[in-house]
Write a protein that binds this ligand. Structure first.
Ligand code: ADP
Length: 719
C-alpha cells in the first residue's frame, strides 16, 4: 500500500484557497474559470487528472472542464451525461456527499473504463466532492492520482473546502451564463421576427421562417410543413438546405414520421439518433438521398390549433444545443402569427378584388368622390353611360355629372358627412353631347382605407320613366274615354227607369243589374283617377261634414247583391254618440265599399262580417272584420301597394288596386289604414278618419237643424 501524499502547511492551504477564490472572482467566462480552478487544485493536491462538471437545476450537465495530465479535454454533453449518471461523480451528485476512493479497482462507485485495465494505467486513487451553494447542487469536482492510496482524509477536506468556495461562484456564473443564453435566444428570435414580418407574401414568409430556423439553430437543413384542409396530411411548403426544393410539395400523413408525430401530438421533440427512433420515416431520406441524423421538431399553432410543423435537421456540431427546443418553439410562435397575417392579407386582397369586380361589373354607374364631390374613381358602366372618358370624368365634379338634389345632400354635401344613411333621389345625368338621362341617385358615405368618401350610384331609369309615362297616358285615356260614354249610359238608364211600367219585376231587375254594374265601373274609374291624383300629391279639396252611419248604409247598399248571393251575415255596430266625419264623402264611401267588397269576396258563403266604429285618439276608427282566409304576416305590408295581389292566393280576381286606393284616400285625409289578420281566422281592416273641426260643426249645425241620422247595432241578416 502506498502512503498518502503529505499535504502542505495550513498557510499554504490558505494561500491556495485564496487563489481559488480570486480565480472565481476574476469574472471570466464559466469554462475558463473552471479550467483555472481545476488546474490550481490539481497542482496543489497532486492529481494527474480531474474534472469539474456544472449541472443545471435538473441535474443535467451544462458545462465542464476536464484535464488529463496537461491536456484539456472537450466532451459533449452526451458524454458528460454518462459520467454524471454512472461514475463516481454521479454517485457524489446523487448522494450529495464527498467520496474518497483509495483504490479505484476496488470501489464499485468507480466506473471502470478500458483505460483502467492493469496493462494500461491500472488502479488509481480519487476524490470527488459536490459543489453546492444556497442549498443547491451546482456541480461536482473529481480529482484522480494515478497511484492508489495517494489521497487521504486531509486531501478530501481540502477538496471540500475548495468545493465550498467554488459553489457560490459557479452558481453565479451559471446564472450569468443562463441569462447570456436567454439573451442569445431572445436576439435570435427578435431577428427572426423582424425578418419574417417584413413581408406579407405567404410563400416568402414560409421560406424566411425556414432560412431563419436554419441560421438560428445552426443546422444543416430546416423545413416547414403545413396541414392540409382536412388536417390529415402535412405538405412541405418551405425547405432550406438538405434535400431542398425536391422536398417542397411532398406529403406526409399525420402520425407518420417525426414531423407527423409532432403534428399529431402537438409535442415538440428532439430525436438525437433519427435512424434508431421508431417514429423516424426513412422513406424520405431514401428518396432524396439526404442523410438525417438528428431532428428537432415543434408544432406551429394558430389560436391553439396545430396548423403545421417546423423542423431543424442535423446540427452542425453533431449535437443539438440545450436551448434548441426553446428557440424552435419561439420561432414556431412567431411563425403562427406571421402565417396568420399573411393568410389574412391574402383574404383581404381577395375581398378587395371581389369588391373591385363588383364595382367594375355593376350594371349601374358607380362614382366615388371625395367629400367635396371631386370624382376620384368611376366604374366601366359610368364611362359607358355618361359617354365621357375616364380621364375626362376624373377632372369633373359629381355636380357636373348630374343635378345634385341639394334638398337631400345639403348645399355642400354636408348632409352626407353627418349621416351613414343612403340618400335617394331622382335626378338627371348630364351625359356627353348634351344628352340627359333620368337617374335614381343613391349617395352614401363610405370609408376607403379609413378615409371618408362618397359613393354615388346613378341608376339609369329611362325605362321606368317610359313605363310610368305610358301608364299615366293609359290611365288618363281610360278616364277621359270612359267617362263620357259612361255618363251617357247612366243617364240613359235613368230615362229608361222613368219609362218603366213599374210592375214588371223582370225588366226592373235587368235595369237594376245594369245600374249596379255601371256604378261599379264608375267607382273603379273614379278610384283609378283618385289614385293617380293622390299619388301626385294633390290635396283633397271637397271635404264636408257627414255622418258615418249614412255613409256605411250607402256602402252596404253597393255590396248588397254579393252579400245576398253569398248569404253572409253583416253586423254593424256604430255608437250613436259618434261625432260627424269631415271627409270627401264620395271618396270615403268608395273606401268603405272596397273594404266591405273585399270582406264579402274573401269570406266563405254564410260567413260572418262585422263593421264597427269607435273614437280613437281624436279620430273615428272604422274596422271591417271578416271570417275569411286571413293574410300571412309577411304579406300584410305589401297589400296596400299598387297592383299587389297575394302570392299565396294566385287564382283570385282583381287588380290589386282597391287597397292602394283606400290607403291613399285615408292618408290624404290625414288618417291611417292597417290590417290585423290571422291565417285561417280572418282579417280586420281598420281606418281612421278625421272628425269635423268644432267651428265647421257649429257652422254646419247653424245651417241644418237636424243632425245626420245615426244608427246603432243595426243588423243586416241575409239568409
Ligand atoms: P284586389 O283588387 O285584388 O281585391 P285589393 O287591393 O283590394 O285588390 O287587395 C289586395 C290583395 O289583398 C287581394 O288580392 C287579396 O289577396 C288581399 N286581401 C284584401 N282584402 C282581403 C281580405 N279581407 N281577406 C283576405 N285577403 C284580402
Amino acid at each position: 500500500m502506498s502512503t498518502t501524499q503529505p499535504l502542505r502547511s495550513p498557510q499554504e492551504t490558505l494561500k491556495l484557497l485564496y487563489e481559488v477564490s480570486r480565480e472565481f472572482n476574476s469574472a471570466l467566462d464559466l469554462r475558463t474559470v473552471l479550467q483555472r480552478v481545476l488546474f490550481l487544485t490539481m497542482r496543489n493536491i497532486g492529481a494527474h487528472s480531474g474534472s469539474i462538471i456544472v449541472v443545471d437545476e435538473r441535474g443535467e450537465p451544462i458545462e465542464s472542464a476536464i484535464i488529463h495530465g496537461s491536456n484539456m479535454l472537450d466532451q459533449t454533453t452526451q458524454q458528460l451525461r454518462i459520467t454524471t449518471e454512472q461514475g463516481l461523480a454521479g454517485w457524489v451528485l446523487r448522494n450529495q456527499t464527498a467520496a474518497l476512493v483509495k483504490d479505484t479497482s476496488k470501489d464499485p462507485r468507480w466506473l471502470q473504463r478500458p483505460d483502467d485495465a492493469i496493462d494500461r494505467t491500472g488502479p488509481k486513487s480519487a476524490i470527488s466532492a459536490p459543489l453546492a451553494a444556497r442549498e443547491q447542487l451546482v456541480g461536482v469536482i473529481t480529482l484522480v492520482n494515478s497511484t492508489p492510496g495517494k489521497f487521504g482524509r486531509q486531501h478530501l477536506s481540502l477538496v471540500q473546502a475548495i468545493a465550498d468556495q467554488a459553489g457560490v461562484a459557479v452558481l453565479n456564473a451559471r446564472l450569468y451564463a443562463e441569462s447570456k443564453r436567454q439573451t442569445r435566444v431572445m436576439s435570435a428570435l427578435a431577428e427572426t421576427a423582424s425578418v419574417i414580418n417584413a413581408t406579407l407574401n405567404l410563400e416568402e414568409v414560409l421560406q424566411r421562417i425556414a432560412v431563419q430556423t436554419r441560421q438560428a439553430l445552426n443546422v444543416q437543413a430546416a423545413s416547414l410543413a403545413l396541414l392540409n384542409d382536412d388536417a390529415d396530411e402535412l405538405i412541405f411548403r418551405a425547405v432550406e438546405g438538405g434535400a431542398g426544393a425536391q422536398l417542397v410539395g411532398t406529403r406526409l400523413k399525420v402520425g407518420e414520421g417525426v414531423a407527423g408525430w409532432v403534428a399529431k401530438t402537438g409535442q415538440p421533440v428532439i430525436v438525437h439518433h433519427a435512424h434508431s427512433d421508431p417514429r423516424f420515416h426513412a422513406e424520405t431520406d431514401r428518396r432524396t438521398g439526404f442523410y438525417t441524423s438528428a431532428i428537432a421538431c415543434a408544432p406551429i399553432l394558430q389560436e391553439g390549433k396545430i396548423i403545421g410543423i417546423l423542423e431543424a435537421i442535423n446540427p452542425q456540431h453533431g449535437h443539438f444545443e440545450r436551448d434548441t427546443l426553446m428557440v424552435l418553439n419561439g420561432i414556431c410562435n412567431l411563425a403562427g402569427t406571421a402565417i396568420s397575417h399573411a393568410q389574412l392579407f391574402v383574404q383581404l386582397q381577395a375581398a378587395h378584388q371581389r369588391y373591385r369586380d363588383l364595382f367594375e361589373d355593376s350594371l349601374s354607374p358607380i362614382v366615388i368622390t371625395d367629400m367635396e364631390g371631386r370624382i376620384l374613381e368611376v366604374n366601366r358602366q359610368a364611362i359607358e353611360t355618361s359617354g365621357f372618358s375616364q380621364e375626362a370624368l376624373s377632372r369633373m365634379s359629381i355636380m357636373d355629372l348630374h343635378e345634385v338634389d341639394k334638398k337631400h345632400t345639403g348645399a355642400y354635401l354636408e348632409r352626407l358627412t353627418q349621416t351613414d344613411q343612403i340618400l335617394i333621389y331622382e335626378s338627371e345625368m348630364h351625359a356627353l353631347g348634351d344628352v340627359t338621362i333620368p337617374v335614381q341617385v343613391l349617395a352614401r358615405r363610405v370609408s376607403i382605407e379609413g378615409v371618408p368618401h362618397i359613393q354615388w350610384i346613378l341608376r339609369d331609369i329611362t325605362e321606368r320613366k317610359h313605363i310610368d309615362r305610358l301608364r299615366n297616358d293609359l290611365i288618363s285615356m281610360i278616364y277621359h274615354d270612359l267617362r263620357s260614354p259612361l255618363s251617357n249610359i247612366i243617364s240613359s238608364l235613368e230615362v229608361l227607369r222613368s219609362m218603366l211600367p213599374g210592375d214588371d219585376d223582370a225588366i226592373e231587375s235587368v235595369v237594376q243589374i245594369a245600374e249596379r254594374s255601371t256604378e261599379r265601373i264608375q267607382r273603379l274609374t273614379n278610384s283609378l283617377l283618385d289614385v293617380h291624383r293622390l299619388e301626385s300629391g294633390q290635396p283633397i279639396l271637397s271635404q264636408e261634414i257627414v255622418g258615418l252611419a249614412p255613409l256605411v248604409d250607402e256602402a252596404i247598399e253597393a255590396v248588397r247583391l254579393s252579400l245576398d248571393a253569398k248569404q253572409q251575415s253583416l253586423e254593424v255596430a256604430i255608437p250613436s254618440d259618434l261625432p260627424g266625419l269631415y271627409v270627401d264623402k264620395d271618396m270615403i264611401r268608395r273606401v268603405l265599399i272596397n273594404l266591405l267588397d273585399n270582406a264579402v269576396k274573401y269570406t266563405a258563403s254564410q260567413g260572418r262580417i262585422r263593421l264597427e266604429a269607435r273614437m280613437a285618439d281624436g279620430m273615428i276608427e272604422v274596422s271591417v272584420i271578416d271570417t275569411g282566409p286571413g293574410i300571412p304576416l309577411a304579406e300584410q305590408e305589401h297589400i296596400f301597394h299598387k297592383f299587389t295581389r297575394l302570392r299565396s292566393r294566385p287564382g283570385s280576381k282583381g287588380l290589386g288596386l282597391g287597397l292602394t286606393f283606400c290607403r291613399l284616400a285615408v292618408e290624404g285625409h290625414g288618417g291611417r289604414i292597417w290590417v290585423k289578420s290571422r291565417v285561417g281566422v280572418g282579417s280586420r281592416f281598420s281606418i281612421t278618419l278625421p272628425v269635423a273641426p268644432l267651428e265647421s260643426l257649429l257652422a254646419h249645425s247653424a245651417r241644418k237643424t237636424s243632425t245626420p241620422e245615426q244608427q246603432k247595432g243595426k243588423k243586416y241578416e241575409q239568409h
